[in-house]
Structures are given as C-alpha cells and as structure tokens.
Design a protein around this ligand. Structure first.
Ligand SMILES: Nc1ncnc2c1ncn2[C@@H]1O[C@H](COP(=O)(O)OP(=O)(O)OP(=O)(O)O)[C@@H](O)[C@H]1O
Length: 438
C-alpha cells in the first residue's frame, strides 16, 4: 500500500512507513479519527468505543509521534490491567519504533518477571514504558524508574483497573509525574463507578469523550442456546465441532471450570489452549505466544483473557456460562471476535437463572437470536420470553397438575375423587395466573 489516510495527521515519516508497511492501516477508525488530533495537541482524553475498534493505536500513534529520542528519560507510560495485554501493547509499540532511524527504547514492566534483573536493565531509562501498575509503582518506589519528566500517562481498560484495585496504584504512579500530565483513559465500557477517578484527573474542560453508537462490536451475532439440563461440556464440544471455527475462545467464570472444559475437549480429541490465572507467568506468556501463532483452533479462557487481548482470527466466542461478577465482561468477552470491522459469532449457553442478566444485556442494546444445536443441526427457537409467556395448552396444564398432585402411597377409598378435586383447584389457579399475565 503506497499511501494511507493517516498522512493527514502529519505524523513522522517513520510512523507513516510503519502504518503502511507493517500495520497496513488504510484509514483511521472512528475513535482514531476523533481522538488523535486532541492527543497530538497534548489534551487529556477519555476514549470509549466498542471492542476491536482501534483504541490502542488511537493513543500509540500520537504518543510515538511526540517521542524525543535525544532525551533518554521516561516520556510516556502506558498501563494495562493484565500482563498479557501489557505485553501485547509493548509488541505493538516495538513494531512501530523498529522503523525509526533514531533509537527509541521501550521497556515492558510486568509482574511475574525477575524484578532485580529489571532494575539492572533500568540503569539507563527508556523513552517509553508499558506495564502493569503494580510493577511500575514498585520500580518507582525503588527509584529504579524515574517518571518526573513523564508527559503522558495511558490508563487502558480503565474500568477493569478500578475493579482490580489498580486505580490506587495508577494514582500513586501519576502522583510522581509532572502536574501538567496528559492523561489518556480508554475502555469499551466506562461505568459510573469510574467517574470519580475521571473527575479527579480529567476535570480540565479539554477532554474528548467518544461514546460508542452501540455497546458491542457491530458485526457480532449474539446467539442464545438453552442448556435444557444437558451436559454443557458435551454441548460445547458439539457446537465447536459444528462450527469448525478459525479460532474459537470458550469463556468460563472460574479457573476450575476452564480446566474441566479444556480437559473434556482434549479427551474428545480437540487440540485446546487454555489461559487463566493459575498458569505460571512463564506458561501464560508461552500460551499467549502459541495462541497468537495460531497453534490452537480452540482456546478455553477465564476473564483474564477477555480484556483487550487482540488475537487475529477469532471467529467464534462461546460463553460456557454468563459472567456473574460484572456483565460488562460479556461485552469484552464477545469483543474478542468481530474486531477491526470483521464479523463474528458469540454463543451463550444459558440457564433459567440467567433471565435477569439476559434482560439487562438486551436493555444495553444486545440483540439476541435464540437457537438450539440438536443432532448436528442449528434450529431457530422462539424468543425465550415468548416461550415463557406462551399459555400452556389444556393437556400441558393437566400434565403439570398431575405432576404436582402426588398419588398417595397407600390407596384409600375415594382417593380418585380427592385427586380430581385437587387437580381442578390447580387448573383454576393456573388459569387465574395466566389471565393476570395478559
Ligand atoms: N485504522 C485501522 N485500520 C485497520 N485495522 C486497525 C486499525 N486500527 C486498529 N486496527 C486493528 O484492529 C484490531 C483491534 O484493535 P485494538 O486491539 O486496538 O482494539 P480495541 O478497541 O483496543 O479493542 P478492545 O476494546 O478489545 O481493547 C487490531 O488487530 C488492530 O491491529
């Protein structure tokens, strides 16, 4: 590609070269369009847009454009809530700075790595730091990392930073930086509880807030499959075989379920990757590399991998269960597919007890289709609410009444009349309830 629409931002030649030759971005996404000019001007911004819409490069490209390679001091600090996401962002930075003729040094500072060795390597300060807040804060406290000249601080996946209690660490990192710090806050979801933090750092009138048109990425098909008391691991296996996906991620709520689902799929002959917090740092790093190298068609993960992780080619996401702690995780999980304008399918296996959560997601704008996967075929179902509301036919009421009226163990004279009377009462009560619902 000989040119790109990014040229209009008057970025440094090496960045334009990286965009055309390495990133191959032809035109900016909406959030990049809207935020890059503000960031280039040094304004603090809040960037909110659906998953997979290019938030990372919305801040990376303008910040890299402002690096002064002649000043060997920490000019920009980018923080992310997970090691995997910080490492992913670090690689994106290095992909671009590799095109710079002048040496631009970037360091990835995350937990689970040898801190002493890191301190050794920080004898000369990098231009850019990408990392997790805890480790960055530790290194500042030990005077290994000097941030008193830092010009911009990025808080990526800001709401998760809050949930994981990292905002305090981010606060401490920011407090060591110059007063006129540029703060860049990003996430696909910006919940109310984040507002105090934003107010504290972004009270200046010049911040830009690009709210999403809809809450999840545009081209995701949200499919709901009722469990119907089936074995969920078998159901997931059947659905995965049916899809034959490019890459499918199966999300579970706990590490235990992740291991159980991954083991069940392995036993059925699928080559499965898994990523969750019980893996050692080394194994997590190795697993992410294998996943990015497309070594697995199937990955089982907990919400650790839901945030920001950008794996090329995720065609399907399966929610083995709906996230219980925070429904925003549904948005981030399904956002691992349908990235950068591509399409994707998100299947959620749900229980009766998930009705409220599903209603909340629909209120947020998620548009579900109801299907079942039976004997290797997808079957359209009525909307679950219609199915619930559908009046029971007379013989269904009969069956329901019979199931409730227990036949007496010892048959006593006149039991039949008594049973009939009780069933009539149940039918009358059922009819009254149905009429009230109309
Ligand atoms: N202008 C662009 N043109 C084409 N592809 C792009 C552009 N900007 C980013 N991308 C690609 O889109 C994908 C998603 O980008 P990115 O991970 O930054 O999304 P995001 O908004 O941060 O998502 P999430 O909310 O999940 O963190 C990446 O593979 C990235 O390389």
């Amino acid at each position: 590609m000989e040119h790109t629409k990014f040229e209009r931002f008057a970025l440094k030649p090496y960045i334009i070269e990286a965009i055309t030759k390495e990133l191959k971005f032809f035109e900016p996404t909406e959030i990049q369009e809207r935020l890059m000019p503000s960031i280039l001007k040094g304004e603090s911004v809040i960037g909110q847009s659906q998953t997979g819409t290019g938030k990372t490069h919305a801040y990376l490209l303008p910040l890299l454009n402002k690096v002064d390679p002649t000043q060997r001091e920490v000019q920009f600090v980018i923080t992310a809530p997970t090691r995997e996401l910080a490492t992913q962002i670090y690689h994106e930075v290095v992909k671009i700075t590799a095109f710079s003729k002048e040496d631009i040094v970037t360091k990835c500072l995350i937990g689970g790595t040898d801190k002493q060795r890191t301190i050794e390597k920080l004898k000369s300060q990098p231009h850019i730091v990408v990392g997790t807040p805890g480790r960055i804060n530790d290194l500042i406290k030990e005077n290994a990392l000097i941030v008193n000249k830092t010009r911009s601080l990025v808080v990526d996946e800001a709401d998760l930073m809050l949930d994981m209690g990292f905002i305090k660490e981010v606060d401490m990192v920011a407090s060591q930086m110059p007063e006129e710090l540029q703060i860049l806050v990003f996430s696909a979801t910006i919940p109310e509880k984040l507002k105090p933090f934003l107010k504290k750092y972004l009270e200046n009138p010049k911040f830009t807030h690009v709210a999403p048109k809809q809450v999840t990425a545009a081209k995701i098909e949200h499919v709901l499959v009722p469990t119907k008391h089936r074995n969920k691991k078998k159901l997931v296996f059947d659905i995965l075989k049916g899809f034959n996906p490019f890459i499918a991620i199966v999300f579970t709520n706990t590490k235990k379920n992740a291991d159980e689902v991954a083991d069940a799929l392995l036993e059925n002959g699928l080559k499965v990757g898994r990523i969750h917090g019980d893996l050692s740092p080394r194994d997590r790093k190795k697993m992410m590399k294998q996943i990015n190298d497309l070594e697995f068609q199937y990955v089982v993960a907990t919400d650790l991998a839901a945030r920001g992780i950008d794996i090329k080619g995720v065609s399907h996401v399966i929610n083995y269960e709906l996230p219980t702690t925070d429904l925003d995780f549904y948005i981030h999980r399904v956002g691992r597919t349908a990235r950068a304008g591509s399409s994707g399918v998100a299947v959620t296996i749900y229980e009766q007890s998930d009705e409220d959560a599903l209603n909340k997601l629909e209120k947020l704008g998620v548009d579900f289709v109801h299907r079942d996967y039976i004997d290797g075929e997808w079957k359209d179902l009525d909307d679950r609410k219609k199915r619930q509301k559908r009046k029971k036919t007379p013989d269904e009421v009969d069956a329901l009444a019979k199931s409730i009226v227990q036949k007496p163990k010892k048959v006593k004279p006149g039991y039949k009349k008594k049973m009939t009377r009780e069933m009539e009462q149940i039918k009358k009560r059922k009819r009254k309830i149905d009429n009230r619902k109309k």
